[in-house]
Write a protein that binds this ligand. Sequence first.
Ligand code: WQD
Length: 329
Amino acid sequence: MNILVTGGLGFIGSHTVVELIENGYEVIIADNLINSKIEVLDKLHEITGVKPIFYEIDVTDEDKLEEIFSSHEINGVIHFAGLKAVGESVEKPLEYYYNNVVSTMALSKMCIKYGVGKFVFSSSATVYGDQPSPLREDMELKETTNPYGETKAMSERILMDVAKANKGFAVSLLRYFNPIGAHKSGLIGEDPNGIPNNLMPYVAKVAKGELDELNVFGDDYDTIDGTGVRDYIHVVDLAKGHVKAIENLSKGINIYNLGTGRGTSVLELVNTFIRVNNVDVPYKIVDRRPGDVAICYADPSKAERELGWKATLNLEDMVRDTWNFAKIG
Ligand code: WQD
């Protein structure tokens, strides 16, 4: 089966490409390299022995998409391509709405035109807004706290309506929690351009000495140690979840949380990173970051029940693999 992976050179996309190839799928990658590097293509070749077909295109460009759909028999799409920095989305809402929502519409249009019946969408726990954890797929979605989250919620609604109107178009909406870690080879991992917004890559840069110290955004939350609690999931577990989703996708609308179901505080994560990797990560407590929620973690039981998928890698694996990639890169 041929799977088109948009954003396939990015952090989660590249790890998913590895799992798809290792499960016998043919992969075509479309990526505009705005938040990824062309070198990842050779790394994927090195890891899997296969060099995926690659198109450097913007997924909002229907004509460019048409070149791909008219040249290859595509059996399924996994749509990762999108801007994903929460803070940046507040500053540049139009860029986020255009890129993230128009790309979803353009891709869906091509799928309907060319009879592609499987669409897996990279969504986010952000769509739940500030609701009590554990978060379940049947919860009503609340207003999100930023344009990035809104683009994910809008894309979910568009895909659900397209699936209702086209019986041959099945969608799987995968709501990620906090993906961290890296492939065990250390060849691919999270390598954001510039100063990282997210905790794990920031910690890795402090450990490498590229950044002076970590700012911990608040220690006055109602949590085990006052710092924010999140559901960190190894990116390889997340990638395996996508293979299960595409394998089990046959009809209608399917929604799954991809998380571990366990909450970890900022300081628990930092201290685990320090202990496992025997490195120093200086940090200081500063004010809370606007828009942050105190606690966010998944109820992942639906994915386990319906997809036969469950995260298996633990926090030590996540911080060890993060550092193994960071110190090579
Ligand atoms: C985690 C915790 C921070 C940085 C976001 C998006 C989500 C997904 C993952 C795309 C929080 C604290 C962080 C730092 C800190 N993105 N922190 N100092 O905000 O849970 O989720 O990224 O899919 O959609 O919303 O992740 O890594 O930014 O923060 O103290 O320098 O670490 O306050 O408690 P977040 P994060």
